[in-house]
Design a protein around this ligand. Structure first.
Ligand code: C2E
Ligand code: MG
Ligand code: MG
Length: 698
């Protein structure tokens, strides 16, 4: 690189001498330009680059130190050397004090020292300029990043802050300089709120890079906080000596807020903002751990809205949603802040009463909730009345983990529903057994029909006056390979729940009809066969068709078949019931109301329905004893049946007293252990044969 030298002197000998030795020098190459006046020099400086100036301070247009000052002002970054008389260096010294790089003696220029001196001066200036650029670039970079940067000296006193650090700490660089890092960067632990160890101090102690603990919060000067994340590193000089530390940190409040929001969303129900099942399970698990440690109890309430589905279906989802939100509010207002209300799903809520709660406090809360619900809910445009059913389980008696406690509270809730809703019910082990049994019966039922595990027993229906068998009621039994003979009371309700009752009922009907036909074909006295029909079967759209084809297939006369239906079945939908009953009557079959008196039949409908027989429920018959006003209901039903011209059959006749009582009140027929228990088909044939020979011989 060429070094451009501007020589300013009106001493031609000096100008020539300098030109000579510089152009011959090996250090350069130098390019020399000479001017004789200050004004010319200033013009030249304005026009282009100059790497160094050699100036004689006495010029035709300027003399003394003012000459230097003007040049220095015009080119502050260009090195200036003065030319001074060898016997008077005063002015030269003054110029050096003001920024000159040195001086050369006038008149005699040393070939060996002048060129290298000039070269070094220029080089030093270039390095300085480069360093300055470097620093400037670093400064710009540090100020343009969003991370805060703070540097300290070896004693931990702040000597640098970038703009982000100024904003985050609330300290300006100039104010902060010289203050201990702990004052400028005040940090605490987010949870304990205790002062956190300052990473700069640690770095200076240990002389190695360090990260900041998670959950660190920066306290801003003048108030405000921000979660920060950072790392600090030691600063070493060229020789590797520790001279300070640098800390780089950034604000993570935004990211933390987002993470919190995500966590909230994952654990809460969007509609009600209550904890969802995940968080509920978590809270219950935590509460259990606490209760275990302290030997206390806790309770879980499982709540289901009683008529939510109807409201949702009839008023629409918006009303349903509003109702759920109101329910959530009411629930929350019934518990203490230490308790948890969560949405389990649908219209199910769970309340966790904190450790220390017991049956008594659960009852208080349950009552409070029921009372809160009984006030009308005003969903937009509707005043809704909704009640709740609550099941309660208590730790540790009803379960030792969250899932079991919730499941058992749920089971108890069903019990509350069965009591008619708007009430609570405690879980007990018995219920659990019942639930488990129901489950395994349900599972086993599926294959039982194919495995031909069902059989029918037959119980005679007897004419009370003559003692003649007038019919048989077919009663279903399940012969399970392990459990033995199962009563229909144990499995029919389950088959009704899971729909298996339809194929099963059809099998019963076919088997019973086929059996009756076989007895007739065997020449036994003709009897009618009674078959129990469940509500589900009765509601099947092709039920009548099914009965017709079974009668066809088995060849049994319709008048020999008697279908038993309970009152509830008939009353549920009077219109369609009447229609089905008519259809059945058209097949010639007899229709009986089973368990009469236990349902809610309206007497006026009884007259409308084409019913032939009333079967008095056995509870009214067992009521008949020899004393007092016993048997009044049985008497009333017999009288009613007779006046409506229906056949009346008494169920569960067990004693001669009952038999006499019924006979005296003109009950035509009866059924019960007094005559015979339900028996297998072969045995029943035996009974029939014996009766026919009895009657033949009598
Ligand atoms: P149900 O129709 O009222 O049948 C009469 C029940 O009373 C039978 O019980 C019978 O064994 C019992 N019983 C008869 N005489 C006496 C007596 O003197 N004393 C006492 N204590 N009980 C007597 P089972 O066989 O256990 O049947 C119970 C119920 O199961 C039946 O009540 C009926 O509702 C249902 N059921 C039975 N078979 C079927 C069926 O094939 N289909 C449907 N859907 N339900 C059936
Ligand atoms: Mg029956
Ligand atoms: Mg009955």
């Amino acid at each position: 690189m060429v070094d451009r030298i501007l020589v300013v002197t009106d001493d031609h000998a000096d100008a020539d001498g300098l030109s000579d030795i510089l152009s011959a020098a090996t250090e350069g190459p130098f390019e020399i330009e000479c001017v004789t006046r200050l004004s010319a020099a200033l013009d030249r400086l304005r026009a282009g680059t100059t790497d160094a100036i050699i100036v004689d301070l006495s010029l035709p247009d300027s003399a003394g130190i003012a000459t230097f000052d003007q040049l220095y002002a015009a080119a502050p970054h260009t090195p200036i050397m003065t030319l001074s008389p060898r016997d008077d260096q005063t002015l030269a010294m003054e110029a050096i004090r003001r920024g000159a790089q040195g001086c050369f003696g006038k008149g005699d220029f040393n070939r060996d020292t002048v060129p290298p001196t000039l070269h070094n001066v220029i080089q030093r200036k270039r390095v300085e300029a480069a360093l300055h650029m470097e620093t400037l670039r670093a400064e710009i970079a540090l100020n343009s990043i969003s991370d805060g940067v703070i540097c300290t000296d070896i004693s931990g006193k702040v000597d640098y802050l970038n703009i982000s650090a100024e904003k985050m700490t609330g300290w300006l660089r100039e104010e902060a300089r010289g203050h201990p890092i702990g004052e400028v960067l005040r940090i605490i632990h987010a949870v304990t709120r205790e002062t956190a160890p300052n990473p700069i101090e640690l770095v200076l102690q240990e002389n190695r890079p360090m990260g900041l603990n998670a959950d660190t919060v920066l306290i801003r000067r003048g108030g405000g906080e921000a979660g920060i994340e950072d790392s600090a590193a030691p600063i070493h000089d060229w020789s590797g000596r520790l001279t300070g530390a640098v800390l780089v940190f950034h604000d993570v409040s935004g990211a933390q807020a987002m993470a919190l929001k995500m966590a909230h969303l994952a654990q809460h129900d969007a509609l009600t903002n209550l904890p969802n099942r995940v968080l509920l399970t978590d809270r219950i698990t935590t509460a259990i751990a606490l209760a275990k440690r302290h030997g206390t109890r806790l309770s879980v309430l499982f709540l289901d809205l009683d008529n939510f589905k109807q409201i949702n279906d009839s008023l629409g989802h918006a009303a349903g949603d509003a109702l759920l939100q109101l329910a959530a509010q009411r629930l929350s207002s019934c518990v203490r802040s230490s308790d948890t209300v969560g949405r389990h799903g649908g219209d199910e809520f769970v309340v966790l009463l904190a450790a220390g709660s017991n049956e008594a406090s659960a009852v208080i809360t349950a009552d409070k909730i029921l009372a809160a619900f009984s006030a009308p809910h005003s969903a937009p445009a509707h005043d809704l009345h909704v009640t709740a059913s609550i099941g309660i389980s208590v730790y540790p008696a009803d379960g030792e983990d969250a899932v079991t406690l919730m499941k058992n509270a749920d089971t108890a809730m069903y019990q509350a529903k069965e009591k008619g809703g708007n009430t609570y019910h405690f879980f007990n082990r018995n219920m659990d057994n019942i639930a488990a049994e129901r489950h395994s019966i349900g599972e086993n039922l599926r294959g039982a029909l194919i495995r031909q595990e069902f059989i029918l027993h037959y119980q005679p229906i007897v004419n009370l006056k003559s003692g003649m068998i007038t019919g048989a009621e077919a009663l279903l039994r399940w012969r399970h390979p392990e459990w033995g003979l199962l009563s229909p009371m144990r499995f029919v309700p389950i088959a009704e729940d899971n729909g298996l009752i339809v194929p099963l009922g059809r099998w019963v009907l076919r088997e019973a009809c086929a059996q009756a036909k076989r007895w007739i074909d065997a020449g036994l006295p003709p009897v009618s066969i009674a078959v129990n029909i469940s509500a589900i079967e009765f509601r099947q759209p092709n039920f009548i068709e099914g009965v017709r084809s079974i009668l066809n297939d088995t060849g049994l006369d319709g008048s020999r078949l008697q279908l038993e239906i309970t009152e509830g079945v008939l009353m549920r939908d009077v219109e369609s019931s009447t229609e089905t009953l008519r259809g059945l009557k058209n097949l010639g079959v007899q229709l009986a109301v089973d368990d009469f008196g236990t349902g809610y039949s309206s007497l006026s409908y009884l007259k409308k329905f084409p019913i032939d027989i009333l079967k008095i429920d056995q509870s009214f018959v067992s009521d008949i004893k020899s004393d007092g006003d016993a048997g009044v209901i049985a008497s009333a039903i017999i009288a009613l049946g007779n006046s409506l011209n229906k056949r009346v059959i008494s169920e569960g006749v067990e004693t001669p007293v009952q038999l006499e009582f019924l006979k005296a009140r003109h009950c035509e027929e009866g059924q019960g252990y007094l005559f015979s228990r339900p028996v297998a088909a072969a045995q029943f044939a035996g009974l029939l044969a014996a009766h026919s020979s009895d009657s033949a011989s009598s």
